[in-house]
Design a binder for this molecule. Structure first.
Ligand code: KG4
Ligand code: ZN
Length: 342
């Protein structure tokens, strides 16, 4: 790979995955390594922040070296370093941010501050190239649920977000109360295939007329109440039916709100991303409804739905083109939000 190519090193440590990637021209993945900490956090039923930061620190340098070797690059071949600076766990983010700053300083490279949620949105640009604007983007992960109208790169309006739990978070919490392990999304996704999604009529929170916000805490309580009631009555809980009915309630609201947002904004393109975008029922339902209504739907391959650094490098590429660089006093911002820029 020659110097005339724009090559971004992406670094991602916002939660429990340490990830490093090298991406050329915002499209070509030269290397994408994700070191999962699932084994460390599984027995606690969720991510333990201190444990996550320590593991990031232990492996980040070796992971960068490995990615550089895999891509057969020297630091002098790089154009810039893009790093997730929020949102996420502060201690975890700091490992990535400090590492990226140190590298940028010693290698005389520009530093690019990447919003993790934008990273998820850009997994689609990475996978499919330039999507037709304007578009409506649904981002659903363990920490975030956002509906965004995107007019162009760097020009967006935040239409809705969750008012309580994120979509992935409820999958994880329900799985934990069913003692199904962590993360809960993939387990519930699989179990649901054997269950009846119409078995239990769990509530759907559509909120006020015209609202694009989400709320999943009522659904979470309804599922937990159902479980407790069954236990008190001494009745056996049909886990696949419960999983499928819960999943159906989440998917229906996500799909309906996304279609309403696309209709109201008059766009023809919809994109779906984030860890929960790996959910088979969500992919299928949105695909079917989007097709019926004539929308073009884009979602990333499974490997780019959950956290990775290639998506971070892809955002870095577009920021590089706009010369949107950060200074070396960049700090981690755990509560970073997406901000409307229209
Ligand atoms: O994007 P991600 O890797 O991390 C965050 O930024 O949060 O998303 C992880 C979340 C977890 O809550 C996990 O349970 C959920 O994505 N998830 C799924 C599936 N695969 C991962 N949720 C539903 N169905 C899946 N197949
Ligand atoms: Zn994420």
């Amino acid at each position: 790979m020659k110097k005339e190519h724009i090559i971004i090193l992406g670094v991602e440590t916002s939660c429990d995955d340490t990830a490093v990637s090298l991406v050329a021209e915002g499209r070509e993945i030269l290397s994408s390594l994700v070191s999962s900490q699932m084994d460390l956090h599984e027995r606690f039923g969720g991510v333990v922040p201190e444990v996550a930061s320590r593991r990031h620190l232990e492996i980040i340098n070796a992971l960068i070296e490995e990615a550089m070797e895999e891509a057969d690059l020297n630091f002098s071949d790089l154009s810039a370093i893009g790093v997730t600076y929020g949102p996420g766990l502060v201690g975890a983010l700091l490992i990535g941010v400090s590492t990226a700053k140190a590298l940028a300083y010693t290698c005389h490279l520009p530093l690019i501050a990447v919003n993790h949620i934008e990273g998820h949105m850009y997994a689609n640009f990475l996978a499919h190239g330039d999507l037709p604007f304007p578009l409506v983007s649904l981002i659903v992960s363990g920490g975030h649920t956002n509906l965004v109208y995107m007019e162009d790169h760097g020009k967006m309006e935040i239409m809705g977000r969750t008012r309580d739990d994120a979509a992935g978070e409820v999958f994880d919490k329900i799985a934990r109360s069913l003692e199904l392990g962590y993360p809960g999304g993939p387990v519930i996704d699989n179990l649901s295939k054997k269950g009846n999604p119409l078995a239990i009529p769990f509530p759907r929170a559509y909120l006020e007329e015209g609202s694009y916000d989400f709320s999943f805490s009522g659904l979470k309580s309804a599922v937990l109440n159902h479980l407790n009631r069954q236990k008190l009555k001494g009745e056996k809980v049909n886990i696949p039916d419960l999983a499928a009915s819960f999943q159906e309630a989440v998917v229906e609201v996500l799909v309906e709100k996304t279609l309403a947002a696309a209709r109201d904004k008059g766009v023809r393109t919809i994109s779906l991303s984030g860890g929960v975008a790996a959910n088979q029922a969500l992919r299928l339902s949105l695909e079917q409804k989007a097709r019926e209504k004539g929308y073009r739907l884009f979602f990333p391959p499974l490997s780019l739905c959950t956290d990775n650094a290639a998506m971070v490098a892809c955002v870095g590429y577009y920021q590089y083109l706009r010369e949107d660089f950060a200074s070396l006093d960049l700090n981690a911002v755990p509560g970073l939000q997406l901000i409307s820029s229209l």
